[in-house]
Ligand binder design. Sequence first.
Ligand SMILES: C[S@@+](CC[C@H](N)C(=O)[O-])C[C@H]1O[C@@H](n2cnc3c(N)ncnc32)[C@H](O)[C@@H]1O
Length: 242
Amino acid sequence: METRQPPDVLKYLRLNWKGDSVYSLIDSNSPVSLLASSPLNAGKRDFPHTMSHLDARRWNARYKRESQTWLTHKPKQLLVDFLHLLPSDGYVLDAASGVATNGLELARRGLKTIALDISSVGLALAKQRFQMEDLNLNAAVIDLKHLQLPKDKFDVILNFNFLERKTFPLYRKALKPGGWLLFETFVRNGEVGPHPEYYLNSGELLGAFEDFDIVHTKQLKIPRKSRDTFRRIDQLVARKPM
Ligand SMILES: C[S@@+](CC[C@H](N)C(=O)[O-])C[C@H]1O[C@@H](n2cnc3c(N)ncnc32)[C@H](O)[C@@H]1O
């Protein structure tokens, strides 16, 4: 059986980037092929080939329904707290960016932001936000389960509220020596619902990057709004060794 290589998304964006478009790297048969590259019409329609992807459908619907809420989100406190240590030029990858609130914060600082997400609607909203501030955003609709990234490319990688373990070795490779990883997502906490794969095990995040220079690591308890329970999140700020 033919095995296809995942796309090198940056090479693709370099070759096809035309300034004002979001490109899709997904088709309905294989999430790793590069069949489609149509510009996105400011969120007015979905890519037909992404619509068969369950997560894409789910997130597209959610971003349509809750666009106003997502657009008023503030950058993650973890990013705000460590912003002063981060570089003010180079490349930042905002992985599973959604509307790219966090990537926007770094674009304001002077970095070139690349936002990757499975939701074309989320990325269209992100594009609008960047345009309103006259900032450029490179964005691609992609399934992060099927990704290739170039070596030593990024000064900063952001991964907030998303977990795909296959990205761990990719982030390790794609960061420049001295590059920064800011990672925060949910940890398994008793009952985890229908998707246990979306939750970190305790200590897993630190273990995956333990040879990096660890600047910050912490577990937080976040009270839920509606119930007398809480969720746990793990935070990591780490630098790839020089
Ligand atoms: C909870 S949101 C987090 C968005 C953003 N990182 C933030 O903190 O505001 C999770 C994001 O992951 C994206 N996502 C889910 N599965 C994905 C996949 N397989 N590949 C790429 N993005 C995915 C969703 O579209 C959504 O934008």
